[in-house]
Design a binder for this molecule. Structure first.
Ligand code: AMP
Length: 245
């Protein structure tokens, strides 16, 4: 059976990180966030990190070639053998074409592309209010999902961090970069067999149910145990009908 890639599309603040994390746990696949990998590279001071730092802080995109290197290396690791969930990649048409070539080279199925569609006002609040656990990566929001104790993760007690690029000015730049460079990807994937757009204005649990249902409908993915009942409570009903033979 060929392994599958899942792509999450959506503007900054759409909830890609939260959803990718949960879907990765549910399906037992790695969650691959280019934003996380680039931030880690910045921390470690690698050449990719040095190229990325100023651009991340300014809310712009890191050059494609820098991202290609880290993505290709990551996708060739053994934990990606059965499939993976991409969060924040691809972000340009050139990156989408690069990914197509890479998936073909790795003999994988056509990717599943999910677009999380969210109204502009909500996007700003989701990004500006975001807090991330420095230990386990759990995501909180000062407006919608505050931790029980300020600054501390409910799950593992890690310190909660507010990303330096989650301030209003940089968020607006990131939204502009999204509209110019990333939004055209919706059309790129819309005409392919496995595209689904979900209403990202809903509660995170409802969004997750739509995402899981779409993934399970294309069940070449291996589900690594866990509770499948939530996925049975499907809320969408307007799902892509494409299946591969
Ligand atoms: P994210 O964590 O996905 O919001 O990404 C944070 C920042 O990392 C973005 O604003 C970009 O500066 C950079 N970045 C992440 N992924 C990519 C990508 N695929 N291409 C270019 N830049 C990226």
């Amino acid at each position: 059976m060929k392994p599958r890639a899942v792509i999450l599309l959506g503007a900054p603040g759409a909830g890609k990180g939260t959803q990718a994390r949960q879907a990765a746990q549910r399906f037992g696949m790695p969650h691959i966030s280019t934003g996380d990998m680039l931030r880690e590279a910045v921390k470690r001071g690698t050449p990719a990190g040095k190229a990325a730092q100023g651009l991340i802080d300014a809310g712009g995109l890191v050059p494609d070639e820098v991202v290609y290197g880290i993505v290709e290396e990551r996708l060739s690791l053994p934990d990606c053998a059965k499939g993976f969930i991409l969060d924040g990649f691809p972000r340009t048409l050139a990156q989408a074409r690069f990914l197509d070539r890479l998936l073909e080279k790795q003999n994988r199925w056509e990717p599943l592309a999910l677009n999380i569609q969210v109204d502009q006002e909500l996007l700003i609040k989701r990004a500006a209010g975001r807090l991330t656990c420095s230990l386990g990566g759990e995501i909180y929001n000062t407006y919608f999902k505050p931790p029980k104790k300020e600054g501390v993760c409910d799950v593992d007690g890690g310190a909660l961090i507010h990303r330096s690029d989650d301030n209003e000015e940089t968020i607006r730049q990131r939204q502009a970069a999204y509209q110019k460079q990333t939004e055209p990807l919706i059309d790129y994937y819309r005409h392919r067999p496995y595209f689904h757009s979900v209403d990202g204005n809903a509660e995170p649990e409802a969004i997750a149910r739509q995402i899981w249902a779409f993934i399970e409908d294309h069940d070449h993915l291996q589900v690594s145990g866990g509770d499948r009942t939530a996925a049975a409570q499907r809320t969408d009903g307007k799902r892509d009908s494409g299946r591969d033979a």
